[in-house]
Design a protein around this ligand. Structure first.
Ligand code: LMR
Length: 397
C-alpha cells in the first residue's frame, strides 16, 4: 500500500532547523525556528525550571497515568497565569482548562471540540499567520476563511481591511487571533483594536479562538494578556490555546493548555468532558513532565519570582536585539527602512527582502531565515551582528 504515497515536502520551519544543524560553517546564524537563544547562541534551560526539575526528581513517587486532563494543579495555575489571579471569571465556574501536548496539541483539541459543537462553523484566520495554523486547523476539518491582518508596505496591522472583513463574519463562526507577539509579523493588536474586535464579536456573534504562545515576551506577563482577559470578561464564549514552550523554555516537553470559556458553568463542564474525550481519541493523555515543572514554578513564590526575572531578561534581550539590528543597518545606510523591527513585539519581524536575497544569505553567508523573510530576533547576538549586518548589506547592494 505504501507505494500509493507521495513524499511530502519538509515543514518550512522545522526543515530549516535541520538544514542549519547540518551546516558546518562556523559563522552560520540561525534566525529561523522560533526558539530563544542567549547572547552566546545557546538555548539554556531556565534556572528556575532546572531547580524545579531537581526538586521533582526527589519528590516524584510514581509515573503512573495522570488522566486525560493532565495535572489539575497545572490547569488551575495556567488559568490564573493567562487570565490573572483575580479575574472575576475564575470564581464563576465558566472557565475550564485542560493540559495539552504543546500549543499545537491545544489548538488541535480546541478545533476538534468546536467541530463537535458546531460542524458548520468556519474558521477565520488572519493573513499572514504561523505557517502551521492552516494545515493544523484545516486537518481538523475546518472550512478556513481568511481576513487581512498585515499591511506589507506600511509594515503594521492593516486595521481598516481587517475590521472590514471581520464585519462580514457570520454568527457562530470562529476568529483566530494571536494573543501577543504575532507570529510571523511581530505586529500586535493595540488594546483599542482588541476592544473593537470584542465589540464586533458581540455584535456579530462570532467566537474568538486565541492562540497565545509568547505571554511575557512582548511587553510583560500582564500587558501581553490584555486581549484575552478583556474578552474573557466581556464575551460569552472564548477559546484559548496556550503554550509554555517559549516562556518556560520547555519546547521539547510539549507543555500547553486548552482553555474554554462557556456561557454557564454547566456548559463549561460539558465542554471539558468533550475535550477529554477528544484527547482520549487522539493521544489519551498529555505528557506529564513539563506541566509538573510549570506547576511547581508557578506555585512556589521563590521559583516564581526567579522565573519572572529570567523571563524579563529574555524579553529585554530580544528587545535590545531589535534595536541593535535596526541601528546597525541604518548606520550602515542599507537604503531600506527597517524601523518597524524596533516597533514590533516578541521574537519575530519580517525583514522584507526578496527571495533571491534570502537565498544568497543562506548559501553564501550561512544565514538561515524562513522564506516569508520572518527573522527570529533572538538569533541575533553581539558576536554575530557584524557578520549579519555586512551580509545583509552585501545582498541588498
Ligand atoms: C515557530 O514558529 O518557529 C515555532 O512556533 C516553532 C514551530 O513549531 O513552528
Amino acid at each position: 500500500m505504501f507505494e500509493n504515497l507521495k513524499p511530502v515536502a519538509i515543514d518550512p520551519i522545522l526543515g530549516l532547523m535541520v538544514a542549519f544543524k547540518a551546516d558546518n560553517r562556523a559563522e552560520k546564524i540561525d534566525l529561523g525556528v522560533g526558539v530563544y537563544q542567549d547572547d552566546r547562541g545557546r538555548t539554556p534551560v531556565m534556572a528556575s525550571v532546572k531547580e524545579a526539575e531537581s526538586r521533582l526528581m526527589k519528590l516524584e513517587t510514581t509515573k503512573s497515568y495522570q488522566g486525560m486532563a493532565g495535572d489539575p494543579d497545572y490547569n488551575q495555575r495556567m488559568m490564573e497565569l493567562l487570565l490573572g489571579k483575580d479575574h472575576s471569571i475564575l470564581s464563576t465556574g465558566r472557565v475550564k482548562s485542560i493540559q495539552a501536548p504543546g500549543g499545537s496539541g491545544a489548538l488541535r483539541v480546541g478545533a476538534e471540540v468546536i467541530r463537535r459543537a458546531r460542524p458548520e462553523s468556519k474558521l477565520w484566520v488572519g493573513i499572514p499567520t504561523w505557517p502551521n495554523h492552516i494545515p493544523l486547523l484545516g486537518s481538523a476539518g475546518f472550512d478556513i476563511k481568511q481576513y487581512p491582518y498585515y499591511d506589507m508596505d506600511a509594515r503594521q496591522v492593516d486595521t481598516e481591511k481587517m475590521m472590514e472583513t471581520l464585519r462580514q463574519v457570520p454568527v457562530g463562526d470562529l476568529v483566530l487571533l494571536h494573543g501577543c507577539c504575532h507570529n510571523p509579523t511581530g505586529a500586535d493588536l493595540t488594546n483599542e483594536q482588541w476592544d473593537s474586535i470584542a465589540d464586533l464579536a458581540l455584535e456579530r456573534g462570532f467566537i474568538p479562538f486565541i492562540d497565545t504562545a509568547y505571554q511575557g515576551l512582548g511587553n510583560g506577563l500582564d500587558q501581553d494578556a490584555y486581549g484575552m482577559r478583556m474578552m474573557a470578561e466581556r464575551l460569552p464564549e472564548v477559546i484559548i490555546a496556550s503554550s509554555c514552550s517559549k516562556n518556560f523554555g520547555l519546547y521539547r516537553e510539549r507543555t500547553g493548555s486548552i482553555t474554554f470559556i462557556a456561557e454557564t458553568s454547566e456548559q463549561a463542564d460539558i465542554v471539558v468532558s468533550q475535550a477529554m474525550s477528544t484527547a482520549r481519541s487522539i493521544y489519551s493523555m498529555p505528557p506529564a513532565h513539563g506541566a509538573l515543572l510549570v506547576s511547581m514554578v508557578l506555585g512556589d513564590p521563590q521559583l516564581r519570582s526567579q522565573w519572572e526575572t529570567e523571563l524579563e531578561e529574555v524579553r529585554l534581550r530580544i528587545k535590545s536585539m531589535r534595536n541593535l539590528l535596526c541601528d546597525s543597518l541604518e548606520n550602515n545606510a542599507a537604503g531600506m527602512d527597517f524601523s518597524h523591527i524596533k516597533r514590533q513585539n516578541g521574537m519575530f519581524s519580517f525583514l522584507g527582502i526578496t527571495t533571491p536575497q534570502l537565498e544568497r544569505l543562506r548559501t553564501e553567508f550561512g544565514i538561515y531565515i524562513v522564506s516569508s523573510t520572518r527573522i527570529n530576533l533572538a538569533g541575533v547576538n553581539s558576536n554575530n551582528i557584524k557578520h549579519l549586518t555586512q551580509s545583509l548589506l552585501t545582498v541588498l547592494e
